[in-house]
Design a protein around this ligand. Sequence first.
Ligand SMILES: [Zn+2]
Ligand SMILES: [Zn+2]
Length: 386
Amino acid sequence: MKLKFLALLLAVGALFLSGCGYIPQPWCDLEFSGEFSSAVTESTSDIPYTSEDDSSAEEKPPNGTGTLTVHFIDVGQGDSTFIELPNGETMLIDAGEPLEGDNVVTYILTQGYNTVDHVIATHPHDDHIGGMSDVLNNFNVKHFYFTKAEGSSKVYENMLAAIGENGITADHVTAGDVIVNEDGLSAEVVAPKTLECDNLNDTSVVVKLTYKDNTFLFTGDAEKPEEDGIWTNIKCDVLKVGHHGSSTSTNANFLKKTEPTYAVISAGLFNSYGHPTEKTLNALAQRGIKTFRTDKQGTIILNSDGTEITANKDPVEYGDDIGEETSSAENPGGYVLNTKSKKIHYPDCPSVKTIKDKNMELTDDFNGAVSRGYTPCGSCKPTGGV
Ligand SMILES: [Zn+2]
Ligand SMILES: [Zn+2]
């Protein structure tokens, strides 16, 4: 097993050294399974190598307009952020669940790009790297960055295989690494400092993107321990809220350190985790932070000219949201069915959070559900009249 992994290291290292004049950092002491390492070792033998000359001949899209555009793509319960940098380069942070891969690929193609200069996988959870192999297989990816912590899922294996098969330069990054550093424009990694492998969320690559006077902070799923470990200046204008607005992220100290004007939450409508939580929404509202939500507003696009930030939508009204979460009289419509217990719930019923994804069905048709043998939940008491 170790030998196979060593062979993989040598094969990939040789590829990088010969192909791009790039010297890889050590790939850490991850313990890969024998099955996985052999699969990747085989795949490296026929890597279609793109030479330096070929890649420089690639036409750059006509960006470089001096505008920074950040697209928080609506990928349901997950994260995917596509960034058009003001220097004409592009960046993608995460790629949503596996089924969202096509969506992410189509979105970027629709923006007019077939090259993504910098692709970052914050941490190896499926709702962040699920679509990554689709991205790596469909775009000319110049450089891939990821956390050193190892995933165990099939999609993680697919992601590493796609890196090998496409001969993509890949680097593990930790706090202090710099991805972009130009006059007035920088993308630096501010976490993780150490790898807390008990919780993969706390290994999230956190990126601080600065364009002149404006700063964006992308946190992946960083929770309180990782947030607390960041001591560099992370004051920002826009905070991509950690872990889909979970109560385990965005702690009071972190908000004090970041002081954002805007927050963006990427989450799926009626997700089974109860994200974003009222605790996080409250914390943002109390500080007067204008908040955007992909679950309620779809894809959020923010533009920066280096001094001012504009958005394609208005921030959500927190008061309206409270109404939805606490009063079934203002329920937006729709019901959540538990296909196992055959109960009908309003989406805001606390027991909805305990329904497993595979047992959950959404419907607008109350009477239809009743005729299929479903009965109203005794605590949220849904009726057909809403
Ligand atoms: Zn995660
Ligand atoms: Zn996540």
